[in-house]
Design a protein around this ligand. Structure first.
Ligand SMILES: Cc1ncc(COP(=O)(O)O)c(C=O)c1O
Length: 370
């Protein structure tokens, strides 16, 4: 192969970025860890799967349709969501998962020299996408495992373009209520775009969770993210969305990628809107699994963190990476949190009852080894 000066062609911020390597597929992991079954409790998926209407849509599809492009900007789904949330269809922009929507927002508002603001221990993709786009991510430390509003307000300056809040926060489950988010928006006073990532909003049972779509009417700099991967059980189809005030949405639309959401995702997502029975069943499942995990934590003397969401964190008495490896050898995959700046903690998704029982038995055995 002929050598060429690759380094010269790659911007310094891309060269400096360390690529994220996702876990290998199950068949590879099964062989690697010598197990016959793997309970995946690492991705905050919904063990109930998609609601019945979405399942029916998927079952009806004809394989021949794979040859056709989907409609390019989710015309029908945007209208369905707009009707449900009292928005205009133009305020809704879809993406290949909420992850892709993060990129649209950074591309729209940031150029080199600008910065984005988020927390040090939250969904890492805001930080990563800024870094590999040549935008400086500024990270405000969590306070008591939650977003620090005072610290974030203090950190906003003239080149801060976007503030990313994760509400509830992945991985801690902490959350701001409506009054706190409203106070924060009033204090930001339009100096930056404020994104509130509500990927787990549908898990909120507590009164007082923000009505962000209402706040958007008073604060046109507010952008709300939602995902179909968590509550709606469509993680494998990759679809998420954002809503913004009409002028902000019009800007973001310029950098959004048409046709990036496939036709199965569009149709299945539309069929989920807004199945309250599915939400209630999933919330009940999470309540039961959270209680089971709290009982396990109590028995093993482990600290547990977890508010809103389909996951919780447990503090390990030995390194989380060691626990992770030993759990894998017992056919259970949880998330070791060292790489998320939470050394010593394990994040566990609320899987089905069988997976949670397997996790409990495996963790007891792993910790008994010392
Ligand atoms: C807080 C948060 N936002 C966004 C996402 C991405 O969701 P999607 O699957 O829609 O890309 C996740 C996924 O884990 C998440 O935890």
């Amino acid at each position: 192969m002929k050598a060429f000066a690759l380094e010269r062609l790659v911007p310094a911020h891309v060269r400096a970025f360390e690529a994220y390597v996702p876990a290998p597929p199950d068949d590879v992991l099964l062989r690697r860890f010598g197990v016959t079954h793997l309970h995946r409790l690492n991705n905050n998926e919904n063990p109930l799967g998609p609601p019945p209407a979405a399942r029916a849509v998927l079952a009806r599809r004809d394989a021949g349709e794979a040859a056709l492009y989907p409609q390019g900007d989710g015309w029908h789904l945007r209208r369905t969501l707009a009707r449900h949330f009292d928005l205009e269809p133009e305020q809704v922009i879809l993406g290949n998962g909420a992850s892709e929507v993060i990129a649209f927002v950074i591309k729209t508002f940031c150029e080199p020299g600008d910065n984005i603001l988020t927390a040090d221990r939250t969904f890492a993709v805001y930080e990563w996408m800024a870094s590999f786009s040549g935008i400086e991510p500024r990270l405000v430390p969590l306070l008591d495992h939650g977003f620090d509003d005072v610290g974030m307000l203090r950190a906003i300056e003239g080149r801060t373009r976007v503030v990313f809040l994760c509400n509830p926060n992945n991985p801690t489950g902490s959350w701001w209520d409506h009054a706190r988010l409203a106070r924060f928006l009033a204090a930001v006073d339009g100096r930056a775009i404020v994104v509130v990532d509500e990927a787990y909003a549908e898990f909120a049972e507590a009164p007082g969770f923000p009505d962000s779509f209402a706040l958007m009417r008073q604060h046109p700099n507010l952008v709300v993210f939602r995902s179909f991967s968590k509550m709606w059980g469509l993680a494998g189809l990759r679809i998420g969305w954002m809503a913004a005030s009409p002028p902000v949405a019009a800007m973001v639309r310029k950098t959004s990628i048409s046709y990036s959401v496939n036709l199965l995702a569009l149709e299945a997502a539309r069929a989920t809107v807004w199945d309250l029975a599915h939400i209630a069943a999933t919330q009940a499942h999470c309540r039961a699994m959270r209680a089971g995990l709290a009982a396990l934590a109590g028995r093993l003397g482990l600290e547990m963190l977890g508010g809103i969401g389909n996951f919780a964190m447990l503090r390990m008495p030995i390194p989380d990476t060691v626990v992770h490896r030993r759990l894998m050898a017992r056919g259970v995959m949880a998330r070791a949190m060292t790489s998320f700046r939470y050394a010593g903690w394990l994040r566990v998704s609320f899987g089905d009852a069988e997976a949670m029982a397997a996790f409990a038995a495996a963790l007891e055995a792993v910790l008994a080894e010392g």
